[in-house]
Design a binder for this molecule. Structure first.
Ligand code: NAP
Length: 532
């Protein structure tokens, strides 16, 4: 498999017209071959025009055709072989095993979407047959289904070079929904992007789909990323990354003559609330689990636990001692790129300078390690200082967390009340505490997309029941998940056919129910045909 540094536009591999660059190995800070290219705005418009042309043809494919295409995408990614996890390791600093694990997650995600759309559940089909004799007014025949929203732009995330990048969750959901996808690849891992795009290109060809169903554009976010979002043919955007980036794109999309949804997942500090009885019983085990979650993948997860909240006690001192001991064994970690490492250094330095903040423990020092290496840290602050300083709630991306020490239960509740919207909230609690903390749980429920009990937030399962999103600023739309099969809902829109000729209805709405899908017919869930 050759990496050429080209863009995939309308089924053609072409040299980008807006300059050249090279990826950097974050473990060594050395450039990686080959030279890559940046797309021009004119090339963005070629990709968008191709997607718009492909959209009606792709929307007209059957669920089975699309499911087979997603499975082909998975097969072609696997067929890339070892070159893929090796390139991931080179471009991200992640161990090869992480690349292999993420590849498995990515192909399983594609296959899960395939089986999910075969079930037709996401179409949410509703049929209310005509009641011509109803008094005082007859009811017309009404049939509701979901249809693809149109071309979708996906911004690949830096921290998931496979599972949230070119063929990641957003792409899988949009393709499953029947939407052509244009990926704006992340410049941190351009070779990885190209390899995966080669696999998807093959899958498009093998499935006999129009070339515009999938394109890959590389380039600067402010240039090609913005151009993609304002292109009139684009109908929705999926994004994972920083608050600043997500909000810039959200505002661009809202200022278009035709505003479109931007589903931006922008991360959070994922509070972990440590209740007293649980700490008393298990301070050391909780501390070890917490540090494991905090330092996994050098803390480069959107669900990384960036804040812990607890009531001051001897048990909390035991937690701090155990966390500090566990942290001391954590090696300095290579971060994804120079910018992310620099933001981490700046963010941790800023945290340490805030009034009332003290260091509880650190990982192994960076020493003379090459590349973009950083040291894990755990800080502590009084609740009083935390409540007085909104900066302490800001996400510092990486393996750092702030423990907020409260004087009593009321102050702990006050801290939780001030938290902004979050992807996750975690409770370490005994059964008795869970049963008696109704107010705390109700406040936390208002803040988060996923409420975790006696686990840690890292490890986002890709499944039907996952919710990965949350109230702003965790995401731009708290009603949707960006992980799991429910995420397909972002890329469809409902349409109702009224009094429509039976023989012209889409298959899922026809009386005979040729795809044998579950449907709500006159208020009853059934897969049976509708009697004409
Ligand atoms: P990012 O800076 O938000 O970039 C993500 C993507 O959006 C990139 O393709 C970027 O293009 C583009 N972009 C950024 N700002 C843009 C703008 N104003 N207009 C148009 N496009 C724009 O995220 P990142 O590079 O992954 O990491 C930087 C920071 O993001 C981290 O330090 C961390 O704070 C946060 N982050 C959060 C998560 C999460 O899961 N929530 C994940 C990763 C990172 P360019 O590369 O050309 O700028």
């Amino acid at each position: 498999m050759m990496i050429t540094g080209q863009q995939l536009i309308n089924g053609q591999w072409v040299q980008g017209e807006a300059g050249q660059y090279q990826a950097v190995n974050p473990a060594t800070a050395a450039f990686i071959e080959p030279v890559m290219s940046y797309a021009s705005k004119a090339q963005v418009h070629q990709a968008v025009a191709a997607a718009a042309e492909a959209a009606p043809l792709y929307a007209a494919t059957s669920l089975e055709q699309r499911a087979e295409f997603l499975e082909l995408c998975a097969d072609e990614i696997m067929a890339l072989g070892d070159v893929l996890p090796e390139r991931v390791a080179l471009e991200t600093g992640y161990p090869k095993a992480r690349g292999e694990g993420e590849r498995a997650r990515t192909v399983n995600q594609l296959r899960l979407f395939a089986s999910s759309i075969r079930s037709g559940e996401y179409l949410n089909i509703r049929i209310d047959t005509a009641l011509p004799d109803r008094q005082p007014l007859p009811r017309p025949d009404l049939r509701y289904t979901n249809q693809p929203i149109g071309p979708v732009v996906v911004f690949g995330a830096s921290n998931f070079p496979l599972a949230f990048s070119v063929a990641g969750g957003d792409t899988a959901a949009a393709l499953a929904a029947g939407c052509p996808v244009i990926v704006k690849g992340h410049n941190s891992h351009p070779g990885t992007c190209e390899l995966v795009a080669q696999a998807l290109h093959k899958a498009v060809q093998k499935a006999g789909l129009p070339a515009g169903v999938f394109s890959l554009i590389m380039g600067s976010g402010r240039e090609v990323g913005s151009e993609l979002v304002v292109a009139p043919e684009v109908k929705a955007v999926g994004f994972t990354g920083s608050l600043a980036g997500g909000m810039a794109l959200f505002q661009l999309a809202n200022n278009r003559p035709e505003p479109i949804p931007v589903f931006a997942e922008m991360g959070s500090v994922n509070p972990v609330v440590l209740l007293p009885e649980a700490l008393e019983q298990n301070a050391e085990t909780i501390a070890t689990g917490f540090v494991g979650s905090l330092t996994l993948g050098v803390g480069q997860f959107c669900v990384n636990p960036g804040v812990a909240v607890a009531i001051h006690s001897p048990a909390l001192d035991r937690f701090c001692a155990a966390a500090s001991a566990a942290l001391a064994k954590v090696p300095a970690g290579v971060m994804l790129n120079e910018g992310i490492a620099a933001a981490y250094q700046k963010g941790t330095a800023h945290l340490s300078e805030q009034a009332g903040v003290e260091l509880v423990g650190s990982g192994e020092a960076v020493g003379d390690k090459a590349g973009f290496c950083t040291q894990a840290k755990l800080f502590k602050v009084t609740a009083e200082a935390f409540l007085a300083n909104p900066h302490l709630q800001e996400e510092v991306f990486g393996h750092v967390s702030v423990l907020v020490s409260c004087v009593d239960e009321a102050q702990l509740l006050a801290v939780v009340r001030t938290l902004k919207g979050q992807l996750t909230g975690t409770l370490q609690a005994t059964a008795a505490e869970l049963a008696t903390q109704a107010e705390l749980i109700s406040v936390l429920r208002q803040k988060v997309g996923r409420l975790v009990v006696n686990n840690f937030p890292t490890g986002v399962e890709v499944c039907d029941a996952m919710m990965h999103g949350g109230p702003f600023p965790a995401a731009t739309d708290a009603r949707f998940t960006s992980v799991g099969t429910a995420s397909i809902a972002r890329f469809v829109r409902p349409i109702c056919f009224q009094n429509y000729p039976a023989e012209l209805l889409p298959p899922e709405l026809q009386n005979a129910n040729p795809w044998a899908l579950p449907r709500l017919v006159n208020g009853v869930k059934t897969s049976a045909a509708v009697e004409a």
